[in-house]
Write a protein that binds this ligand. Structure first.
Ligand code: DCT
Ligand code: CA
Ligand code: CA
Length: 374
């Protein structure tokens, strides 16, 4: 593989204790208390595993993967602890919004998971790590200002080093590994901290007397090839030297969503006033991305914090705010009461939103006029 022509500057972003932090943002009164996100298996009331937890819970020993029953035992003396069922739909909405916000900040953007992304900022930083530091601070500020959420950010000259920088200080970290410092930074870390080295690889390396990243960096290529194969062996050595030529790869956008909180929880509601601006917002986003959508969904979050959604496939792709608005309005009125007497105890609507997906690209041919948006 050819070496990159210009030195690269890569930023890695990882949202802190993401699922648990989403829950803290949704309900700020649980901040500071141990928060445990649970995947209930359904066999018995408490069977299942902990998906993730916030830092107060982690400090007490409640970590990803442990049984919920064990977490309850650990937190038995902390009655303020909060156990919540995992709500992936909600976390996805928050994630989409954040990713969309930080996507344009770099030259290239790659979402690596629901809570992780890489930005190639080589051009926007003019190749300077100080410039990248300003961009990284801006990313942190924007996520905090708009989503009340902290993240950890790392800067390195490739994705591997950006990832290692992110992982070296969490939560709310901002770590730079300047060019030339890769080996020094890595050599101080235990083997298991190198991205991609799991317990099995670690055991194998130990069997040939390698127990630090620094030792792996100096290991004999032949020995490594014998043990791990011609491809993986030398790659491990390269990684231990901070070498990674993989590119930040843009992936097509799969969906866009906008969601708003109503001024007051409502049983019946005139949706037009909230759906109109978000339809226009989505259509503008479509236009700037040169996309059209073939599917419109509505999202409704009720006062019991349940998420409901309904989708409709369109016969033909659209980029019109008016059509998005009309379809969303139809979906809402077939799904919710928009007039008449509501039943007592019916959950009230708290947040409503629109999601568009199933994109097709529009070649950027003619100049767009304002009419295309409405
Ligand atoms: N996860 C899980 N079970 C595990 C490990 C992880 O369900 N045994 C889920 C929970 C969140 C997601 O995978 C990603 O995990 P982390 O990267 O640890 O995310 P995090 O909670 O955001 O942690 P951190 O603050 O360290 O980034
Ligand atoms: Ca995270
Ligand atoms: Ca993560």
């Amino acid at each position: 593989m050819a070496s990159p022509v210009i030195p690269r500057v890569i930023i890695g972003v990882d949202l802190d204790y993401f699922y648990a932090q989403c829950e803290e943002v949704r309900n700020p009164s649980i901040r500071g208390k141990p928060v445990v996100i649970c995947v209930y298996s359904g066999r018995t009331e408490e069977s299942g595993a902990v998906s993730t937890s916030n830092y107060p819970a982690r400090k007490l020993g409640v970590k990803s993967g442990i049984p919920i029953i064990l977490a309850k035992r650990i937190l038995a003396n902390y009655p303020e602890s909060v156990f919540l069922p995992i709500d992936l739909d909600y976390y996805r909405i928050v994630s989409d919004r954040i990713m969309e916000m930080i996507r344009p900040i770099g030259d290239k953007f790659e979402q690596a998971s629901v809570d992780e992304a890489y930005l190639d900022v080589s051009l926007k930083s003019h190749g300077s790590f100080d410039g990248a530091l300003d961009i990284a601070s801006r990313i942190k500020q924007e996520i905090l200002a708009n989503e009340k959420m902290t993240c950890s950010v790392g800067i390195g000259q490739n994705k591997l080093m950006a990832k290692m920088a992110v992982d070296s200080k969490k939560p709310n970290g901002l770590t730079v590994i300047p060019p030339g410092q890769e080996s020094l930074f890595l050599s101080q870390l235990p083997l298991g901290r190198l991205y991609g080295i799991g317990p099995k690889t670690e055991d194998k390396l130990r069997s040939i007397g390698i127990s630090t990243i620094g030792e792996l960096a100096l290991a004999d290529r032949e020995n490594l090839s014998d043990l791990f194969g011609k491809k993986q062996g030398p790659m491990l050595k390269e990684m231990a030297n901070g070498v990674d030529e993989s590119l930040v790869v843009e992936r097509p956008i799969e969906q866009m969503s906008r969601i708003v909180t109503l001024k007051h929880d409502a049983l019946i509601y005139d949706f037009s006033e909230v759906l109109k601006p978000i339809s226009i917002d989505l259509a503008e986003k479509l236009a700037s991305s040169h996309l059209m959508c073939k599917s419109v969904s509505i999202i409704a979050i009720t006062s019991d914090l349940k998420i409901r959604s309904r989708s409709k496939s369109l016969g033909e792709a659209t980029k019109s705010a008016d059509q998005i608005y009309t379809v969303a309005g139809e979906l809402f009125s077939s799904f919710f009461k928009v007039q008449g007497d509501p039943k007592q105890n019916e959950p009230r609507l708290r947040r409503v939103g629109i999601k568009i997906s199933d994109f097709v690209s529009v070649p950027p041919a003619k100049t767009e006029t304002l009419e295309d948006f409405i």
